[in-house]
Design a protein around this ligand. Structure first.
Ligand code: AHG
Ligand code: MN
Ligand code: MN
Ligand code: MN
Length: 336
């Protein structure tokens, strides 16, 4: 049967989100429009990433961002594309990007109800050697739509109405949660459409992989050091875990979501707040993990309950399979 070999009922991401939104009678189609602009940005970045070596997109842009990182050409290009795509959707009122020091307040004529926080290109250090990179985003609803202020951005992660990422890997994969469940879509390059390929992703309760930059081990605190030691030398008769670390949060989290296990970016003596940024790295990934049945913990509290005080704030993060995160929580609790 010819139809068996081919997908014939094409569940595109737009069709999927329209279906989901139709369950909410108050829905006005705004979210679908916003998402289609994010998707367009991701398709553009995917194409740019694929031809980076050919299109002179490799290397540094020459500027340093507010984090003190040297921007890559693709960081700057991706940021420009997303800022323009988001503003032109007419559905956003405040944007926060890793690459922009200040939040962008959209002018009233183009203003909508959504706040979007994003990391336009995650895993910059992997660009020049062709390893997987991505885009991460989180979406809030504005609290006071007449006069949006930074208060609308500095909300705990649990207030997000949606979060997701796009991974530019061996294929281009878009993972999204609009609050219930997590779904994965793969770009069909010949159609230019993301098709539902990973419906209702659930993270395994326990995994066999831990993922951390072990080069920082000498600066770790007690609980993190103990946890990683247990991964390698388990004392309860279980087998030791494998280590996988790509160095792109999107790719490390994507693998964790599909295979199970734990991803850690802990605090260390040099970076007491860890490295990853609360609004556009920690929150969206924590949101997805919880919606897929996993957990996300900062070393002190449930990550999504954090209330950020500034837009580029950082936090340690431990996220992944429910039981694996439970173990690190116990170690931090024991330390008091
Ligand atoms: P970005 O490229 O957006 O600045 O993010 C880099 C982050 C993240 O992708 C990754 O998890 C982490 O940096 C890796 O850091 P280390 O190189 O310190 O391991
Ligand atoms: Mn960066
Ligand atoms: Mn990043
Ligand atoms: Mn980035």
């Amino acid at each position: 049967h010819a139809a068996d070999a081919h997908r014939t009922d094409l569940m595109t991401i737009t069709r999927f989100v329209l279906n989901e939104q139709s369950k909410h009678p108050e829905s006005r189609g705004d979210f679908t429009i916003l998402l289609s602009h994010i998707v367009l940005g991701c398709k553009f970045v995917c194409t740019a990433v694929n031809k980076a070596g050919l299109a002179k997109l490799i290397g540094l842009a020459g500027e340093t961002n507010v984090q003190g990182e040297e921007q890559k050409k693709l960081d700057v290009l991706s940021n420009d594309v997303f800022v323009k795509a988001l503003i032109s959707s007419g559905r956003t009122c405040i944007l926060v990007s890793e690459e922009d020091e200040e939040a962008t307040f959209v002018e009233p004529s183009q203003r909508g109800r959504y706040v979007v926080v994003f990391d336009p290109l995650d895993g910059s250090s992997n660009i020049d050697c062709g390893v997987s990179i991505g885009t991460i985003f989180g979406i809030y609803m504005v609290k006071h739509s007449n006069e949006p202020t930074l208060d609308d951005v500095l909300q705990p992660g649990e207030n997000m109405v949606a979060a997701g990422y796009c991974m530019y890997g061996s294929s281009c994969t878009f993972v999204l949660s609009t609050g219930v469940g997590v779904n994965g879509f793969t770009l069909d390059p010949s159609l230019g459409e993301f098709i539902l390929t990973h419906p209702d992703i659930k993270i395994p309760n326990k995994g066999k992989i831990y993922s951390v930059n072990e080069g920082n081990a000498k600066n770790w605190d007690g609980p993190t050091a103990k946890y990683v030691e247990k991964c390698k030398f388990p004392t309860d008769g279980s087998s030791s875990k494998s280590l996988r670390y790509i160095g792109s949060m999107v790719a490390d989290v994507h693998r964790t979501l599909l295979y199970g296990g734990i991803f850690l970016y802990p605090a260390d003596k040099k970076s007491p707040n860890g490295k990853l940024r609360v609004l556009y790295e920690v929150f969206p990934m924590s949101f997805l993990m919880e919606r897929a049945g996993g957990q996300a913990f900062t070393g002190k509290q449930r990550a999504l309950e954090l209330v950020p005080k500034n837009i580029h704030e950082r936090s340690p993060i431990f996220l992944g399979s429910y039981d694996d995160v439970e173990e690190i929580k116990a170690l931090y609790a024991a330390e008091g």
